[in-house]
Design a protein around this ligand. Structure first.
Ligand code: 2HG
Ligand code: ZN
Length: 469
């Protein structure tokens, strides 16, 4: 394990000089808050929290920390699900929350430039006022930061049609541990100029550099959407129909899967009325575009596919209130499952048509080990969020068997053409499973990249790489 010396009073005095004392926090409450994110109940308080207001402060801070080998853990809104922003070696939590300006919306070029502390939803609202659209919409869109979305290559329901964060980033301003400030590419839609440093940064979870500006590509806002809620008596059947929709040349703007248990918890949490029958699983299917007649045709085709694949309970959301209710049920699942007891969430992803096999494997493990599982997620992307709940397992069995269960689930993902995270990242809690999907050669290449950017290992130490790799 890497050893970092604790910050001394002299370090802290110097850091206060660099970023100004009013941007440095040391009180117990703040340290506790910045010691956890949305990942289980983990808590690793930093020694200090720093909230710089510009790139110059960050450059001077990183240079100083690099020279003094002080660990710096960057943080967005703290909504991460893999422990990526936890300062596990103490040191500095570097919050980007004060850098929250939408710098420009360029209507001529369908682009926006933002600082990393801009909330995803605020960007969406601002560009929508100009008739434009930024599609990636993580469940935490109302609070997560764009910087965090870049760090984790975040997704969301819309990504099945429009792609994830990686498909919208054109250029990034970054600060390196040396204190150098560079742009990774150009603000162009095409770029064939050497290695793609922009994409290298996306998903690097704050281990290579600090992002201080983001140039995004936007698209025109689709004018209409239609939403279907389809109930299935069998969850496998629901998963199996998903590829058939795409097969017919249809590309929904969302195609979400939910098990009954997930819906029950969400409905109960919001005290909603909901008519449950025999169904065991649901698909939420949205189409969007500008031609409403065309959308009705698409919905009709989807309806027919669902019906001919054993689904007899299909609801077309007629009005905005119904749409909102259905989306609320879906979007709240992550949060309600978390408050349901001891759990571990996995962000599995496989080739879309292989989803039924993955689902069945999870359920067979449930039988074998006696945990309870709740599955939901972005079926159109083959991205299943598997929540493993302790249920009636003893504490000892939970401790002993959970890693075996996770390993088997991840091995299944790999065998089904997938991998261990679709959109939540690796961070702290998945790193031990990385060798299941990456070889020594992968780690050597990644380590070489890490050392080139961050030779002293000060940026977000203890993340992505398993111990001793
Ligand atoms: C979702 O699709 C999120 O709802 C997971 O990716 C949310 O676990 C969560 O909080
Ligand atoms: Zn998700």
């Amino acid at each position: 394990m890497v050893k970092y010396s604790p910050l001394t009073t002299e370090h802290i005095t110097k850091i206060k000089e660099i970023v100004h004392y009013e941007n440095v926090f040391q009180d117990a409450e703040t340290l506790l808050h910045y010691g956890h994110d949305y990942t289980e109940d983990l808590n690793f308080p930093p020694q200090i929290v720093v909230k710089p207001i510009n790139k110059e402060q960050i450059a001077a801070l990183l240079k100083y920390c690099n020279e003094n080998k002080i660990p710096v853990t960057p943080r967005g809104a703290g909504t991460g699900l893999s422990g990526g922003s936890l300062p596990i070696y103490g040191g500095i939590a570097l919050s980007l929350e004060k850098m929250n300006r939408i710098v420009a919306i360029d209507k001529d070029n369908l682009q926006a430039t933002v600082e990393p502390g801009v909330i995803n939803e605020n960007l969406r609202i601002a560009v929508e006022a100009e008739g434009l659209f930024y599609p990636p919409d993580p469940a935490s869109k109302g609070s997560c930061f764009m910087g965090g979305n870049v760090a984790h290559r975040s997704g969301g329901p819309k990504c099945v049609k429009y792609g994830t964060t990686k498909d919208y980033i054109l250029n990034l301003e970054i600060v390196l541990p040396s204190g150098a400030i560079i742009w990774t590419g150009a603000d162009t839609l095409k770029n064939s100029t050497g290695y793609n440093l922009t994409q290298l940064m996306i998903g690097s979870e704050g281990t290579l550099a600090i992002v201080t500006k983001i140039v995004l590509r936007l698209i025109p806002k689709p004018q209409h959407d239609l939403l279907l809620w389809a109930a299935f008596e069998n969850a496998e059947q629901a998963c199996a129909v998903v590829p058939k929709i795409f097969h017919q040349g249809l590309v929904p703007s969302a195609l979400e899967f939910m098990e009954r248990k997930a819906v029950e918890l969400s409905v109960a949490k919001h005290k909603m009325s909901f008519d449950f029958g025999m169904e065991q699983a649901y698909l939420l299917i949205e189409v969007d575009g500008n031609d409403i007649t065309q959308l009705h045709k698409e919905i009709e085709s989807i309806y027919n596919i669902l019906e001919s694949n054993g689904c007899n309970n299909i609801l077309l959301a007629e009005d905005a209130t119904t749409k909102e209710k259905l989306w609320k049920i879906r979007r709240s699942i992550g949060e309600v499952v978390k408050s349901h007891g001891i759990y571990k969430e996995e962000d599995t992803v496989v080739k879309r048509a292989n989803l039924p096999q993955l689902y069945n494997k999870v359920k067979s493990l449930e039988q074998l080990f006696g945990f309870e599982s709740i599955c939901y997620g972005h079926a159109g992307d083959g991205n299943l969020h598997v929540n493993i709940l302790q249920g009636t397992m003893t504490d000892a069995a939970w401790k002993n068997d959970l890693p075996k269960v996770i390993t088997t689930i991840f091995e299944t993902c790999k065998a089904l053409g997938g991998t261990i995270s679709g959109e939540h990242g690796i961070g702290l809690v998945q790193k031990q499973y990385m060798p299941l999907v990456m070889s020594k050669i992968h780690f050597q290449l990644m380590r070489g990249i890490k050392n080139t950017f961050d030779p002293n290992g000060i940026l977000n130490p203890g993340k992505i790489f398993p111990e001793n790799y």
